[in-house]
Design a protein around this ligand. Structure first.
Ligand code: NAP
Length: 399
């Protein structure tokens, strides 16, 4: 992940005549403490403003000059954009240390900004713009500190990106797998002599294995087979799995419109991506691999990792815990009312992309089934994932 670390005067000035307009030794020690052992990305001008190579840190220096090269032990890059894109999604904590030019280009990719704010205006031609409170949130602020040498007072601020994590439901949201699933249940019903109603199908969307077993027993009664025979439930689930697999082989796995554009957009902005699905983790990972989407995800949490399925919040709460992300800094993408209710119960805003393939082919999610109440719970009701991407761009990243 990328982080910016800068010291700025209260009027935004960070540099003057190729150097810094102040000298605060304690702030330099603070900078060293945060960055020691880490990779630093900087502009050529910032590098030239330093006393030399900073010990114990990897230096990546950006220049457009074909002939400029940093000293031995540093790396010189000419395509800053590519470097930022590459590192925005890495697990490693990487610091962009200036100057204003390079930080302005890095800001859209950064997860957080560590800012030392000096409580005074300074003259100087190099400025870093004020933090945009709509995109970043002030999550940490030190007490006012004083530099005995200069008499300057200052504080440390931490600004974190408001939208840090997008949680994707899988079936019906990323892939057109809800429809084959519903069709398969109907086929199971025919083969096993069970009446599969639309109401039952609606109730099981988002259920993990345990919840499904409970709903199945409620619908089809207790299973009185001997212990050494597979239960009616286990037989139905195995048959359904086999039919879904056959259908996917025959039809291919259909990826929903805009998925990869959205994943690319989020990755480039340092926003983490996770799958939170009722499907068991192993099966979900297989499907993600098959679609070429596995490497785009930072985590996959399946129904087997949560006690209860959707509409309970357990799966989404697991994802939040995995990323130590507060619910208000996450966004859930869902296709079904059950998923929307689960997101609401977890306190996470939700963008709903109703699965039109399901509503037209199986008619169990006729558009009206996304009730007015459910729609009100949704932060957005979108046609497809491209619309979600544009909405995130406008509301959370401004670019
Ligand atoms: N207060 C602080 O915390 C702090 C921190 C760092 C720096 N500073 C101060 O900030 C000033 C320097 O900042 P600055 O904004 O003028 O310059 P800078 O961002 O340090 O460096 C700009 C240079 O980086 C290279 N560069 C920029 N974009 C690039 C891209 N897309 N691809 C490849 N190379 C790219 C170019 O080098 P070429 O010209 O070689 O092509 C460009 O001239 C100095 O006064 C320094 O002391 C203050």
């Amino acid at each position: 992940m990328l982080f910016i670390i800068l010291a700025a005067a209260q009027n935004g000035v960070i540099g003057k005549d190729g150097g810094m307009p102040w000298h605060i030794p304690a702030d330099l020690r603070h900078f060293k403490k945060l960055t020691i052992g880490k990779t630093l990305i900087m502009g050529r001008k910032t590098f030239e403003s330093l006393p030399g190579v900073l010990p114990g840190r990897r230096h990546i220096i950006a220049t457009r000059g074909a002939h400029w090269n940093g000293p031995p032990g540093t790396e010189t890059v000419r395509d800053l954009q590519a470097v930022l894109e590459k590192h925005a999604d890495s697990a490693e904590k990487i610091f962009v240390i200036g100057g204003a030019d390079v930080c302005a280009q890095a800001l859209p990719y950064c997860a957080a900004v560590y800012l030392t704010v000096i409580h005074q205006d300074f003259d100087g031609g190099v400025r870093f713009p004020a933090m945009d409170g709509d995109v970043f949130e002030l999550t940490g602020r030190s007490e006012t500190l004083a530099d005995p040498g200069s008499g300057l007072t200052y504080e440390y601020q931490t600004w974190k990106r408001r939208l840090r994590l997008v949680i994707f439901d899988m079936d019906g949201l990323m892939f057109d797998t809800e429809r084959p699933s519903i069709e398969s249940w109907k086929e199971v019903g025919m083969q096993m002599g069970l009446t599969i109603t639309d109401r039952f199908l609606q109730s099981i969307v988002g259920s993990n294995h345990a919840t499904l077993q409970k709903l199945f027993a409620e619908e089809f009664g207790p299973d009185n087979r001997p212990d050494d025979c597979p239960s009616k439930f286990e037989s139905a689930v195995a048959l359904k799995k086999a039919i879904v697999a056959r259908k996917l082989d025959e039809e291919g796995l259909i990826v929903k419109e805009g998925l990869f554009a959205l994943l690319t957009f989020l990755k480039k902005r340092g926003i983490q991506r996770a799958v939170g699905t009722a499907t068991a983790t192993g099966a979900a990972e297989k499907l993600l691999q098959r679609a070429g989407a596995a490497s785009w995800m930072n985590a996959v949490i399946g129904g087997d990792q949560a006690e209860r399925g959707k509409p309970f919040p357990d799966i989404f709460q697991k994802v939040l815990a995995r990323f130590s992300c507060p619910p208000e800094n996450a966004l859930v993408l869902e296709d079904s009312p059950n998923g929307l209710l689960a997101a609401a119960a977890a306190g996470i805003p939700c963008a709903l992309v109703p699965d039109t393939n399901v509503s037209t082919s199986a008619s169990i999610f006729a558009d009206t089934s996304v009730s007015a109440d459910a729609r009100q719970k949704a932060a957005l009701v979108a046609q497809d994932l491209r619309e979600v991407m544009e909405w995130i761009r406008k509301n959370f990243t401004k670019g």
